[in-house]
Design a protein around this ligand. Structure first.
Ligand code: NDP
Length: 251
């Protein structure tokens, strides 16, 4: 059978795509041929422009994904605008840093709710349509902290570890319906999220020394993996967490 990386005729819903990794993924999916709906709380003007420049339709859906409240509406609006959802990318995420002994319940709940609870219920809502249409792709953005504990980020480590678990759980139950569920674990990627680390000369040097590839990842590095996992070329890949980390976990 011919191998295809094309997303021509496909539709995607991407969360948190106004900047960083989410923006690169949304634009990458459009460059591969998909029409894209963006769901987030900030207006993604630049991403909408870049998708249009790629010659694809872009739709903006305003939603604060800190809770599950807007999940059904987001799916309904994406389907109303694009006809169906073939690809869902759960990218929106936050991090809270504090010492373990004083880590607050509010910081625990905010990170678990945004990074894990909404991810599951948005996937559930989108998967109902994917099952009905006989196929789909769900891609969850995990982290190196899906595999490691980190320091001063217990709720983020718990949420991202949970993303790995729920990816496998969803993959098991949805595989018979032709729906593949995978995750991408980005390494150190140069975005707003990591700006403080990049700006700290000591931490920046320590990070670069630890990465076998010797450089920060670019959001487009993650987009390449996302296009693969969204495309027919990955139809037999499911329940997998793909590290895109310049070799960090290999060390
Ligand atoms: P950014 O902070 O640049 O992007 C995060 C995105 O999530 C933004 O679009 C943000 O929107 C959105 N978001 C956050 N909270 C909400 C919310 N309540 N409702 C809707 N959207 C929300 O970070 P990155 O691009 O670096 O991160 C993207 C994903 O990649 C995250 O899941 C992160 O955990 C993960 N990741 C990043 C790594 C890195 O090195 N950069 C490493 C490993 C994982 P807004 O602008 O409105 O806040």
């Amino acid at each position: 059978m011919a191998i295809s990386f094309s997303l021509a005729g496909k539709t995607a819903l991407v969360t948190g795509a106004n900047t960083g990794i989410g923006q690169a993924i949304a634009v990458g999916l459009a460059q591969a041929g998909a029409d894209v709906a963006l769901a987030g709380r900030s207006h993604p003007a630049e991403t909408l422009d870049l998708i249009a420049q790629a010659g694809q339709r872009a739709v903006n859906i305003t939603a604060d994904l800190a809770s599950t409240a807007p999940v059904a509406r987001v799916v309904d609006e994406a389907v109303a605008a694009l006809g169906r959802i073939d690809i869902l990318v759960n990218n929106a995420g936050i991090i809270r840093r504090d010492d373990l002994l004083q880590f607050s319940e509010a910081d625990w709940d905010a990170v678990i709710d945004t990074n894990l609870k909404t991810l599951f219920f948005l996937s559930q809502a989108a998967a109902r349509g994917m099952v009905a249409q006989g196929g789909g792709k769900i891609i969850n953005i995990a982290s190196l902290l899906t595999f490691q504990g980190g320091i001063r980020v217990p709720s983020y480590a718990a949420a991202k570890s949970g993303v790995g678990g729920v990816t496998k759980a969803m993959a098991n139950e949805l595989a018979p319906h032709g729906v593949q569920v995978n995750a991408i674990a980005p390494g150190y990627i140069a975005t707003n999220n990591t700006a403080a680390l990049q700006a700290d000369p000591t931490r920046n040097r320590q990070i670069l020394e630890r990465i076998p590839a010797g450089r920060w990842g670019d959001p487009s590095d993650i987009a390449g993996a996302a296009v693969f996992l969204a495309s027919p070329a990955s139809n037999y890949v499911t329940g997998h967490v793909l590290a895109v980390d310049g070799g960090w976990l290999a060390r």
